[in-house]
Design a protein around this ligand. Structure first.
Ligand code: FAD
Length: 326
């Protein structure tokens, strides 16, 4: 189950390679008026994986443009195939997309802003940097990359921000020290973060450690590859004689719903917590891949976000679905 989204037809106008692993796509909806969208907005794109319709989300790069909507897709090799589908598209391809929507609220009235991007997490940050620069805000962007050759939009950001762009390239031994960075920020700074899950975990710890309120760290994740390898695991349903296999390429949420054990959900990114279900027993290990539960809640293993989290071995869950209640 998912809340209603409005899908609109669109055409892929052009593509451009930004680095060996990142390709930009300019997409023009059929009825396009170039209207402004909130900073941090993303669109969903209909993709086909193994002949089945699926959805992948992509952040819009930069502020609104009359040319169309710009996204940049990193080609994920260890994946189910959404990004590979995007990469095989040629200009002229027809697409179904959703209207832009933002999950990140930016408070524009701060004195200081700290933007942090890890790898492909730069995509929603470009528009934020443009909007804040236009407003004359005090911003610094810390951009963590493996190497400059992998970094998208480096030249654009350098000309926009000058020395307020700080590149932390691992291959130059310039790793981002989040503890030191956050400790140096004045109180009242708003941080906007987008990067991989492990980097987000480190950012949350460093942010709290530096004494800033967690509500001043606004973030977006693109989904997590977790801490355990992505492999098949088994789910037992409490109170009935059912055991399901969750294959490597499907989520627990999809398998439960397809098997008639309906679990409501919304974001499907491990952010909203709507699909959290009770865990009764763990024979193996849970790999919590959500950003909804606290570290303490994850350690307790009392609940699991069925949309993104996985496991090794067998877990017993209670979806609270009662056959006699439906
Ligand atoms: C709001 C939002 C904005 C986004 N913006 C961008 C963007 O600007 N650019 C961009 O490139 N991407 C973006 N993404 C990510 C994007 O939607 C896709 O997830 C990405 O393209 C990978 O899709 P895939 O099918 O190739 O890989 P997936 O199969 O989704 O794999 C991605 C990762 O998950 C792991 N994985 C593999 N199988 C499973 C499984 N069965 N269950 C769980 N995890 C698994 C893999 O190890 C891999 O590391 C965004 C995501 C969100 C939610």
């Amino acid at each position: 189950m998912r809340f209603v989204e409005t899908w609109i037809p669109a055409t892929l106008v052009s593509t451009r390679d930004l680095s060996p692993g990142i390709r930009e796509f300019l997409i023009r909806p059929d009825q396009f008026d170039g209207a402004a969208y909130p900073v941090g907005s993303h669109i969903n794109v209909g993709v086909t994986i193994d002949g089945q319709p699926e959805t992948r989300s992509y952040s819009l790069v930069g502020e609104a443009s009359p040319q169309g909507l710009r996204i940049a897709v990193r080609r994920a090799e260890d994946s189910r195939g959404g990004s590979r589908y995007m990469w095989q598209l040629a200009p002229g391809a027809r697409l179904d997309i959703t209207r832009p929507a933002s999950l990140v609220a930016v408070d524009w009235a701060r004195d200081n802003y700290c933007l942090i991007a890890g790898g492909i997490g730069i995509t929603p940050i470009v528009g934020a940097a443009q909007a804040l620069t236009r407003r004359g805000s005090d911003i610094t962007l810390h951009y963590a990359v493996r190497g400059r050759a992998d970094a998208a939009y480096l030249d654009d950001l350098a000309s926009l921000l000058g020395d307020r762009l700080v590149v932390h390239a691992s291959d130059e031994d310039k790793r981002l020290d989040l503890d030191a960075l956050f400790a140096s920020l004045p109180k009242g700074t708003l941080a906007l973060f987008c990067g991989p899950m492990r980097m987000l975990d480190a950012a949350r710890h460093a942010w709290i450690g530096a004494g800033h309120p967690l509500s001043d760290l606004r973030y977006e994740t693109f989904g997590s590859s977790g801490t355990l390898p992505t492999e098949a695991f088994r789910v037992r349903l409490k109170g009935c004689d059912v055991e399901l296999e969750i294959p490597r390429e499907r989520s627990m949420l999809d398998v439960l719903n397809a098997s008639g054990f309906e679990v409501i959900s919304d974001c499907k990114r491990g952010e909203c917590g709507l699909c959290a279900i009770d865990v009764v027993a763990v024979d193996g290990e849970i790999d919590h891949r959500d950003v909804f539960f606290s570290d303490h809640q994850k350690q307790s293993n009392a609940k699991i976000c069925a949309c993104v989290s996985r496991a090794r071995g067998t877990i017993t869950v209670d979806t609270l679905l009662r056959a006699d209640a439906v």
